[in-house]
Design a protein around this ligand. Structure first.
Ligand SMILES: [Zn+2]
Length: 284
């Protein structure tokens, strides 16, 4: 047990070492490969390190107004703030990841863009691990009144429903949601009905099952029509969760195109829920 824990810790350090950008990474690669050519474990570490570095690069690219870069251990914000990428705990349970995610934790699970070919695997909730410090720094703490000043109003589906909704303007989330609204508004009535009336956007509250701040509390999320939605928490959940979905793929695809992930791709599914997480979608 102890041995495995030490091996996992070594794996994290090796992965972090592999973050070093550009030439240093190549030097690191050569060094490690030279010394441990037969060691498959080392190859795994390098692969993991490269994957994590790519995910971090995608994070920086997704928020150009806020983030300046990263090194092997820290994220650098444009205002000079430095944040640790990892918190040293490599053995978190899923429950712990949902409550105490680091920046690296929140990038661990790849988000599958496009139509799902099968229900999400057990406990696979890509995007549901969130580092509270990261999002609070980015969008503000709603309990301190820091989110509301950035909220703007826009008409949701102006040709069909047209009621005003509020969303943050930070990172241009409002502009992306306005574009989503226009595209859904052009869909056939039968399909777009899943998108209105909406169940909510900004709401200073916690996630029901974790107690952590909801993405709604940052003004980056929208819940669509509950009459077309399924939420694991509303159903009996003392055994394996049975996947359900009635949200049309056309709507999901439009959101993903504009940088929003969908809660229907989580084992703990929430099919009315969309939140702005462009770092998980690559270029959009
Ligand atoms: Zn939601």
């Amino acid at each position: 047990m102890l041995q495995r824990r030490i091996a996992r810790m070594f794996c994290l350090f090796a992965a972090l070492a592999a973050f070093a950008a550009g030439a240093p990474l190549l030097a690191q690669d050569n060094l490690v490969q030279g010394h441990l050519a037969q060691d498959n474990l080392a190859q795994d570490h390098l692969a993991q390190g490269k994957k994590l570095r790519a995910a971090l690069d995608a994070l920086i690219a997704a928020y150009p107004d806020a983030l300046a870069g990263h090194d092997a251990t820290r994220l650098r914000w444009r205002d000079g703030t430095l944040m640790r990428l990892a918190d040293g705990d490599e053995n978190k349970t899923v429950a712990e990841l949902l409550r105490h995610a680091s920046i690296i934790d929140q990038l661990r699970l790849p988000y599958p863009r496009g139509p799902l070919d099968k229900p999400p695997a057990a406990d696979a909730d890509p995007g549901r691990y969130r580092d509270t410090a990261f999002f609070t720094k980015m969008y503000g703490d709603c309990h301190k009144g820091a989110v509301a000043p950035h909220l703007v109003s826009l008409p949701w589906l102006p040709k069909t429903w047209g009621k005003s909704i509020r969303i943050t303007s930070i990172n241009g989330v409002d502009k992306e949601l306005r574009a989503v609204s226009a595209e859904i508004d052009a869909l056939p009535d039968k399909i777009k009905h899943a998108a209105y009336p909406i169940a909510g956007t900004y709401n200073c509250r916690a996630v029901a099952d974790t107690g952590e701040p909801s993405p709604h509390s940052y003004g980056i999320a929208i819940d669509l029509n509950t009459a077309f939605s399924d939420y694991w928490y509303w159903r009996p959940h003392d055994g394996p969760i049975v996947y359900r979905n009635r949200m049309p793929q056309q709507i999901v695809s439009i959101f993903e195109k504009h940088g929003f992930i969908w809660g229907g791709k989580w084992y703990h599914y929430d099919t009315m829920h969309f939140e702005y997480r462009p770092e998980l979608l690559g270029a959009h």
